[in-house]
Design a protein around this ligand. Structure first.
Ligand code: AHM
Ligand code: MG
Length: 339
């Protein structure tokens, strides 16, 4: 019996372009460059204390969160890798107040890249999985110098989305709008190898992921949903549910992609100015595209995430995503309560 060929990310992308006409050479280059940057970030994360990269950078980002050294370093790696290739019109990131223009000395391309360079950064110093999340949009026609407005497009217009998890192995998950594909980093060879194609999230699940410490701040339909899960076999659901919370969205979403589950970061009433914790453009939208492409669902509890018309680069949204039947149930509870 012959072993199946090892398909590298490079080969996968070339075949997507040549055989399926799904991407052009600029988008192929863009994905390759992001993947290369993720390899560098993976190496920096893997060195841990030996690399001198743990701890706080002593600065704050636009959302008033303290930046870790690795947040700053990962942002620089992604910027530097993507500036000069000619495939981008501009970049934006969780760690930068405003979009970053392509320096005039380099050519400009037709795509916009927006990313969370190191998601789950509260886990960096304790050796728990962190990751990178990215979303690719097209620069609107006729816009030469894109500012924040160019990025404010609904998630349904993403042309690609993905994330990397820096865990016990490094994986890169990618969608180009035709299913979800998983690549695992072969550390000896330094290349991402396709290890799962057209991944599907089971429609039913017995696992939920949420930060339970916020329970007292949740809205009524949200409490109803979780109380029913917690009641288990003897409650209205008639079966037991299990809970997992890594506090790294990339790791929690990756578990859901692998074996199902529902991930929730709901709106809470702790701070009325913040409709949720997670950011639409570089957390919710790319993850929603991936989850939908894998047969799951992603809503704010009230509407589809990918249909939101963004108003700000750093805006926050409630996030409910994963196994379809659970996401639909909790969304129905919110709609019933509103009616
Ligand atoms: P970050 O982008 O600053 O790391 O914040 C996002 C993270 C998510 O990865 C994770 O799901 C959530 O924040 C964890 O929040 P909490 O600290 O409430 O558990
Ligand atoms: Mg994040």
């Amino acid at each position: 019996m012959s072993t199946p060929p090892r398909i590298s990310l490079t080969r996968f992308l070339i075949e997507q372009q040549r055989d399926h006409n799904r991407i052009n050479s600029d988008l192929r280059l863009l994905i390759e460059v992001v993947a290369r940057a993720c390899k560098r970030i993976s190496i920096a994360v893997g060195k841990g204390a030996l690399g001198g990269v743990l701890g706080s950078a002593g600065t704050e980002n636009v959302q008033g969160e303290t930046q870790k050294k690795l947040d700053v370093l990962s942002n620089e790696i992604l910027l530097e890798a993507n500036e000069w290739g000619g495939h981008l019109a501009a970049l934006a990131s969780e760690e930068m107040d405003d979009p970053h223009s392509i320096p005039h000395r380099y050519p400009k391309g037709e795509y916009l890249l927006v990313f969370d360079p190191l998601d789950g950064s509260s886990n960096i110093d304790v050796n728990i999985s962190v990751g990178t999340i990215f979303s690719v949009l097209r620069c609107p026609d006729g816009v030469r110098d894109p500012d924040e407005r160019a990025f404010l497009q609904p998630g349904s217009r993403q042309v690609a989305a993905g994330y990397a998890v820096y865990g016990s192995s490094t994986v890169l998950v990618l969608t180009l709008g035709d299913g979800v594909h998983v690549f695992t980093l072969d550390r000896e060879q330094g290349s991402f190898i396709l290890t799962a194609s057209h991944v599907r999230i089971p429609e039913d699940t017995g696992e939920f992921a949420i930060n339970m410490s916020n329970l007292r701040h949740w809205e009524a339909p949200m409490r109803r949903y979780i109380e029913e899960l917690l009641a288990g076999k003897t409650g209205p659901r008639g079966r037991d549910f299990n809970m997992r919370w890594v506090a790294s969205m990339v790791a929690d979403v990756h578990r859901i992609l692998t074996r199902g589950g529902i991930f929730i970061y709901p709106r809470d009433l702790k701070d009325a100015s913040k409709p949720g914790k997670l950011r639409l453009m570089y957390e919710a939208n790319p993850m929603a595209m991936i989850v939908e492409q894998a047969g799951g669902a992603a809503t704010t509890g009230r509407k589809r995430i990918l249909d939101i018309e963004p108003t700000q680069l750093h805006q926050r949204v409630p996030v409910f995503l994963g196994s379809k039947n659970e996401v639909e149930r909790v969304t129905a509870y919110h709609r019933e309560a509103d009616a």
